[in-house]
Write a protein that binds this ligand. Structure first.
Ligand code: WTA
Length: 649
């Protein structure tokens, strides 16, 4: 691989114009590791504090006492940092450019307008009795009101919990239960790719679940005007709620370690967990990474295509860009509607300078051929970025050549819901680019590779990616279950944060993420626990047992392959397969739809009854020659049957 590795050196212009060059990076990185208190003490000033901090870093990764605090005696408000402090200088500058699903619909909102909208909605929430510290659930389409609701919560000290609009009623129910939300904010429907998404109906179904006992109010934004059921005791229209609300609202003074939001994410075991992010360190880190990693300059138009339902939307559509007084573009639609040229057309229309998307979107466009971008020039773009999964070199080259007209650096950003912000990425003025390489750690980030015993590996090598010390944007806990937080991230390798990813370090010391090493799969950049899909499957009355693995998929990166053993009296039919797919969509959501379902009489198990997923992964990947040792299987003949009946694709 490394022989034919193409390298795209930092251009002299970028070395000159970017926020940071090689020498600066080296000096700043060194200081960030050797003197974190000095470094982050200085960087913390990029945020406005009500009461300035006197302490900076106070963190422990010791598995007996995981405790992460930054700026712990400072107070601030995140909404103030995204809005109020910009009013004097850039009140009339556009904060959010919104582009509708329908290409004829768009909107520009200035900082002043956004400020007033947020204040009004914050007053609306107060009318509903929302108090500091309580969790408010959002289930919203990609409209400015999603950001407005987040910032309104932050303004009054409520903790938002955004649920991605692609999740099912059952998923809404379990998350609402977990967070004991009293208030849910949604919309009548959303638009996506020319279709209506029944958001309010999903919320109604979810809240009908008998386990949901806390919800008192559902605020409904009118987006499409479609028909919705109405529960007059519980539901209130957004526009009616704020009709008589003042457009000024005082901020709540928050401690740096007060929670800003929770966000549910999948792990290798159990139900999705609500990662808890706090206010001070998160804001410092979101703002700093947004500025330096995207090389964001004042006045530029920046577009991150993620949904606000994911961490990428939180940090790099809302908090990072707005803390920096930037112009952030929010897109309601999908890359393929009305046609696959849409991303380019939107870039031209709004003169986008910085564009941030996921490899799965790049591959979907690439599959259409180079002329898919002919309807746009994309000449305004100067920097491209990627997130969500490893970007394969073919997709990287296409992104570079077609989307970026062979003139834009590609910033491949590695991070996680847990990390709050980007941890590993090239910097435009610093790093020579290698397609597919996440490259170098950001300031304060100490990556290391360990073997299965947790021994640190040096030099050019491959291993499990861990981070040795805390950074300000890091998630602090799992909502209501700190022990699970400790167990999940800090016990596999003592004293280190375990990412769940595998990684290679090359001869130049650059990091290449190789993908998950646990039972998490990454489907179109959406993270999913195989255990979650399995438990949905076995909840179906016809299913005796199920095992889920990822397999290589040209567009999605990974597809979902399910092995199912049916109950004795059940017939294996194609109709049943369809029903099972529908079932999983209902239990989790469309993003968890199985791609392939193989019925099988049995699953390969060890004598102690453990399913050997290694074998199932190989069969799903069509790599049946190298199955490795099968001698520990209770019944090796199961494997032959599985291979014989494996599915074509
Ligand atoms: C994967 C998304 C390779 C990785 C921000 C990680 C990546 C998981 C990259 C987190 C990248 C994300 N290169 N892999 N640039 N970015 N990943 O929590 O496996 O939705 O652990 O956060 O996505 O997914 P999450």
């Amino acid at each position: 691989m490394s022989e034919q590795q193409k390298v795209y050196p930092v251009t002299p212009e970028l070395a000159e114009s970017a926020w940071i060059n090689k020498e600066q990076y080296a000096a700043m990185y060194k200081e960030s590791i050797e003197s974190p208190d000095t470094f982050w003490g200085e960087q913390g000033k990029r945020i406005d504090w009500i009461k300035p901090y006197t302490k900076v870093k106070n963190t422990s990764f010791d598995s007996h006492n995981v405790d992460i605090r930054w700026y712990e005696d400072g107070t601030l408000n995140a909404s103030y940092n995204c809005l109020d402090r910009h009013l004097e200088k850039r009140g009339d500058q556009v904060a959010i450019i919104w582009e509708g699903d329908n290409p004829n619909e768009d909107k520009k909102i200035t900082y002043r307008e956004l400020y007033h909208e947020v204040c009004r909605f914050a007053n609306g929430l107060k009318k509903l009795g929302v108090k500091k510290g309580e969790v408010v659930t959002l289930y919203m389409p990609m409209v400015p009101e999603a950001a407005i609701a987040m910032l309104a919560c932050a303004r009054i000290g409520a903790v938002h919990s955004v649920i991605f609009g692609g999740f099912s009623p059952d998923a809404i129910a379990s998350r609402v239960v977990e967070s004991s939300s009293r208030v849910v904010i949604t919309s009548d429907e959303g638009y996506r790719g020319g279709k209506n998404v029944p958001l309010k109906e999903n919320v109604d179904d979810g809240l009908n679940n008998p386990n949901v006992k806390t919800v008192e109010h559902v605020v409904v934004l009118k987006r499409t005007g479609g028909d919705v059921d109405w529960n007059a005791d519980r539901d209130v229209w957004w526009h009616e709620l704020i009709a008589d609300c003042a457009d000024e609202c005082p901020i709540e003074e928050m401690n740096a370690e007060d929670p800003l939001f929770i966000l549910f994410t999948s792990g290798s075991t159990g139900a999705p967990k609500g990662l808890k992010h706090t206010t001070g360190g998160y804001m410092v880190y979101a703002s700093m990474t947004h500025q330096y990693i995207f090389d964001y300059k004042p006045g530029e138009v920046y577009w991150c295509t993620a949904d606000v339902g994911w961490i990428t939307g939180h940090t790099y559509i809302v908090y990072g860009p707005l803390a920096n007084g930037g112009t952030t573009l929010m897109f309601e639609g999908v890359p393929s509607y009305p046609d696959y040229g849409r991303f380019g057309q939107v870039c031209d229309k709004h003169q986008v300078n910085i564009f941030y998307t996921a490899p799965t979107a790049v591959r979907a466009l690439m599959a259409q051929g180079d002329d898919v971008m002919d309807s746009s020039s994309r000449s305004s773009i100067r920097l491209l970025a990627s997130v969500g999964e490893p970007i394969n070199p073919e997709a990287w080259e296409w992104y570079y050549r077609v989307m970026g007209n062979s003139k834009c650096p590609i910033i491949d950003t590695w991070w996680q819901t847990e990390t709050g912000g980007i941890l590993i990425a090239p910097l435009a003025g610093v790093t020579d680019l290698k397609p597919g390489c996440a490259s170098i750690p950001f300031f304060g980030v100490q990556p290391a590779l360990v073997d299965s015993e947790g021994r640190i590996l040096e030099g050019e090598t491959e291993g499990n990616l861990v981070i040795l010390d805390a950074w300000p944007g890091q998630g602090r806990s799992i909502w209501g279950d700190h022990e699970r937080f400790v167990q999940t991230y800090f016990t596999t390798y003592k004293g280190m944060y375990f990412t769940g990813d595998g990684c290679r370090r090359d001869a130049d010391g650059l990091y290449w993420i190789t993908g998950r090493v646990d039972d998490v799969i990454n489907v179109s950049g959406h993270r999913m626990g195989t255990a979650e899909v399995e438990s949905a499957m076995v909840a179906h009355p016809s299913v005796a047992e199920a095992a889920v693995v990822g397999y290589p998929h040209d567009i999605k990166g990974q597809g979902i392959y399910v092995y199912v053993t049916l109950n004795d009296d059940v017939e294996a039919t194609d109709d049943l397969k369809k029903e099972l797919i529908k079932w999983v969509r209902k239990e989790i959501g469309p993003i968890a739809s199985p791609d392939l379902i193989q019925f099988s009489a049995g699953l390969p198990k060890t004598r102690s009854g453990k399913i050997m997923r290694r074998i199932l992964r190989k069969i799903a990947a069509n790599e049946t020659d190298g199955l490795g040792d099968t001698s520990t299987l209770a019944d090796p003949s199961v494997v032959d049957e599985l291979i014989e009946n494996r599915l074509a694709r």
